[in-house]
Design a protein. Sequence first.
Length: 117
Amino acid sequence: MTRLPLRHSPIGRTIPPQPSEATRKLLKDLLEQDDGWHLRGGWNAWLGGARYETTSISTLSRDQRIAACAWLRQQRHSLYRAVVDDAAAQAPEGWIEAQPLYRALERRSNARPTDSL
């Protein structure tokens, strides 16, 4: 059996291991607001300083909101290290879940389609 090498997407959403002050501010501002998300295709350019508007979470599909919550949970330690500017820090229990963006994504993901009518 031939195994193909894993391919890494150039449009993946990552947190830089040593973010600049500007990147830290972007991430902090993103987590502290409750209606904007950056889709994967523009994430790295946005972190690099390009002007990309956030996508309203109300326009995301339920699957996209659930995936965003999962990604935030997966990246909680990297996000925390970037926001507090401490390369050795670990996110405290419940930190990501307390962020306004996460709470809004989770709240909208649990809403039934008729809840917004």
